[in-house]
Design a protein around this ligand. Structure first.
Ligand code: HEM
Length: 246
């Protein structure tokens, strides 16, 4: 049973994540979008979407720090356990709350606006349920256990098991000893990855970050600009169109 839950399921989910993306790209390139509903409703979206994305970026950064960076490394570079713990718990709580507010607005919008409700697919509903479950479990662990509760050092167990998956040596006994909420959250995380390629989340891999450094597109009016001595072919063509329009 332990092997199934802590080894077989994670690898199966990672395989579905990878193969699922290839399948989706080959089968449904035109559906590879955010499927935005901004034109149907923008008032709640204007607040919910930035909050959701801001919270998600913070939570992803927190997961990278907590799961990928070993405890010995942070200690070696001079970050004490106390400083790490305070940063992780408060950082996780703040970004988590931002994520919860953003996600709640996005979900509420699907209920209250009839037009948005009508374009919500079954896969969207599955995605929102998955997201909500993961966020509730994650916040229960961070706020319930580590901020207000007795505390749990996941860097010695969950993080070691998690990295072991990528080194092909996951230590299952580390997970069997973890509190239930952490177990559910960790295995839920892999199931969530398996769901990813079949949802609108694929848009993450097509984020238009090149916009940040691409050259400006300059629009200029032709009116008032001096006529070149020898018109270039394109200018002749444009002039022709211009004349037709008059
Ligand atoms: C891939 C496997 C995953 C693992 C192993 C994992 C593990 C963890 C751990 C160890 C924590 C910190 C709990 C604490 O502070 O005591 C956490 C928190 C959290 N997780 Fe995950 N997680 C995974 C995937 C996900 C996914 C897919 C989501 C959301 C879709 C998510 C959302 C959250 C949230 C909202 C928190 C609380 C805020 C924070 O501390 O960052 N996690 N997770």
């Amino acid at each position: 049973m332990n092997t199934l839950v802590w080894i077989v399921i994670p690898y199966a989910c990672l395989a579905v994540f990878l193969i699922g993306h290839v399948w989706r790209w080959r089968r449904d390139q035109f559906g590879w979008t955010t499927h935005t509903s901004q034109l149907l409703e923008s008032r709640i979206l204007r607040l919910g979407s930035p909050l959701f994305h801001l919270g998600a970026f913070g939570v992803i950064a927190g997961h990278a720090m907590g799961l990928l960076v070993p405890a010995w490394l942070t200690e070696k570079i001079g970050v004490s356990e106390h400083v790490y713990h305070a940063t992780a718990v408060w950082g996780g709580t703040i970004t988590g709350v931002v994520l919860v507010v953003g996600l709640s607005l996005l979900i509420a919008r699907r209920f209250v606006n009839g037009r948005v409700r009508r374009v919500t697919t079954t896969m969207d509903k599955v995605l929102y349920v998955g997201l909500a479950a993961m966020v509730v479990l994650g916040m229960t662990a961070t706020v319930g256990t580590n901020l207000l509760g007795e505390g749990y050092d996941y860097r010695e167990t969950i993080a070691v098991w998690f990295r072991g998956i990528f080194w092909f040596s996951p230590e299952t006994h580390l997970m069997t000893e973890a509190p239930l909420v952490y177990q559910l959250h960790a295995i839920g995380g892999f199931l969530f990855l398996a769901l990813w390629p079949f949802t609108r989340l694929v848009h993450v891999w097509s984020a238009p970050i090149a916009y940040l450094w691409r050259p400006y597109v300059v629009y200029r009016t032709r009116r008032g600009s001096p006529t070149p001595a020898v018109p270039a072919p394109a200018a002749v063509r444009d002039r022709g169109l211009h004349d037709l329009r008059r």
